[in-house]
Design a binder for this molecule. Structure first.
Ligand SMILES: [Zn+2]
Length: 109
């Protein structure tokens, strides 16, 4: 009788252990996918950052001196458009006219 109980308990524990083994295997697989995805995203992020740096550098070198002066004024909070030239931009609000004056012919990009 006692031996039979031990056997049943052992079999039950073995089932639990097997379930755990399966779960651990599945979890390991999931972790492996997540790590893989993380590595891919890191690489993609690096590419995007370097592309962004390239574009920023290009932007600075491409803008003619006169436009850069206007851009600086605009960044300091002043209108450079014909409508409100020299006026202060309230709360640094964007102005479509100013942006058109500074970057107007580069919209096609
Ligand atoms: Zn403006």
């Amino acid at each position: 009788m006692v031996q039979k109980d031990y056997y049943a308990k052992f079999a039950a524990l073995q089932d639990v252990a097997q379930d755990l083994t399966h779960e651990l295997a599945a979890m390991k697989e999931d972790i492996s996918h997540v790590l893989e995805e993380n590595a891919e995203l890191k690489i993609e992020n690096e590419h995007l950052r370097s592309r962004l740096a390239e574009l920023d550098a290009k932007k600075e070198t491409e803008l003619p001196e006169s436009r850069r002066t206007l851009e600086k004024l605009y960044e300091q909070g002043f209108h450079v458009c014909t409508v409100l030239y020299g006026a202060h931009r309230e709360n640094n609000e964007e102005c479509a006219f100013c942006l058109d004056v500074i970057y107007g012919d580069r919209k096609q990009q």
